[in-house]
Design a protein around this ligand. Structure first.
Ligand SMILES: Nc1nc2c(ncn2[C@@H]2O[C@H](COP(=O)(O)OP(=O)(O)OP(=O)(O)O)[C@@H](O)[C@H]2O)c(=O)[nH]1
Ligand SMILES: [Mg+2]
Length: 236
């Protein structure tokens, strides 16, 4: 049930909407809020890479997006950059099997230009063993051998941690880079559910106070300004 704005007759119209209507309203609000506090001057897909030798050479900083397959990494990149299809989004888990590099230029004097790196998702069972065996070394090779990597975003589903999420968190803490945990798809939770689920995530991960946990929705763009602030802190 959604309450419309008061009409000219000074009573509140109460309108019952179907789930589809609610979703399309959310998307309309999202379109209106496409303008973000962070001004993106340019955002370009640079290259897909399978191996270290292919990684772009530059003197900018990089921020990596890590998380299980289908958690919403590519959608988050599009939402942050205010672009619809810069990073490929798919309903089929395991879509991104390569590292994708995006160069971003902002009008923010502290941030300037930098790279976002969309890493392949971990732990999707239906992908063949040989493909999965390739993923680990590929992700590890990038995270441990990339001096320009300034920060890591670990994405977990706001509805709850899944297999491999805690291991990934522990492992990423060892990578000795600032870590931001992003709880994705928060639009799928009610206000009361989200409080419980977010505290459960923080508790299970034993999240240190210095590590932000940011609820995010790539549909409504909720959390975007907060996440940009956290990225700016990491990069500057
Ligand atoms: N409701 C909702 N759906 C989302 C959100 N973010 C992503 N999705 C959906 O989740 C699915 C997977 O999104 P992707 O962005 O492709 O996920 P990914 O982590 O890049 O997946 P891989 O490339 O397979 O590792 C798509 O169907 C998206 O539309 C969100 O914030 N809210
Ligand atoms: Mg992806």
């Amino acid at each position: 049930m959604i309450q419309d704005e008061p009409s000219a007759f000074s009573y509140q119209r109460v309108v019952f909407l179907s789930r589809d209507q609610v979703t399309s309203r959310l998307m309309l609000m999202a379109d209106r809020s496409r303008e973000t506090a962070m001004k993106i001057v340019a955002a370009d897909f640079i290259r897909s890479c399978l191996e270290r030798e292919q990684f772009p050479r530059h003197d900018l900083s990089e921020v990596a997006f890590v998380g299980r397959s289908n958690v919403g990494k590519s959608s988050l990149i599009n939402s942050l950059l205010g672009r619809k299809r810069l990073a490929k989004v798919s309903g089929t888990p395991g879509k991104t099997r390569i590292l994708n590099f995006f160069q971003v230029r902002t009008a923010d004097l502290r941030l300037g230009s930098f790279y976002l790196v969309d890493l392949p998702g971990y732990g999707y069972a239906r992908v063949s063993k040989s493909v999965r065996a390739q993923w680990g070394p590929m992700i590890e090779g990038y995270l441990t051998g990339r001096p320009c990597l300034r920060g890591i975003l670990l994405l977990v589903d706001a509805r709850g941690l899944e297999r491999h999420d805690s291991t990934a968190f522990e492992w990423l803490r060892e990578a000795a880079r600032p870590l931001i945990v992003v709880a994705t798809k928060v639009d799928k939770l009610t206000q009361s559910e989200r409080r419980n689920r977010l505290s459960a995530i923080a508790e299970t991960l034993s999240l240190p106070e210095a590590c932000p946990l940011i609820p995010y929705s790539s549909i409504t763009h909720e959390g975007r300004d907060e996440l940009w602030r956290a990225i700016r802190d990491v990069l500057s």
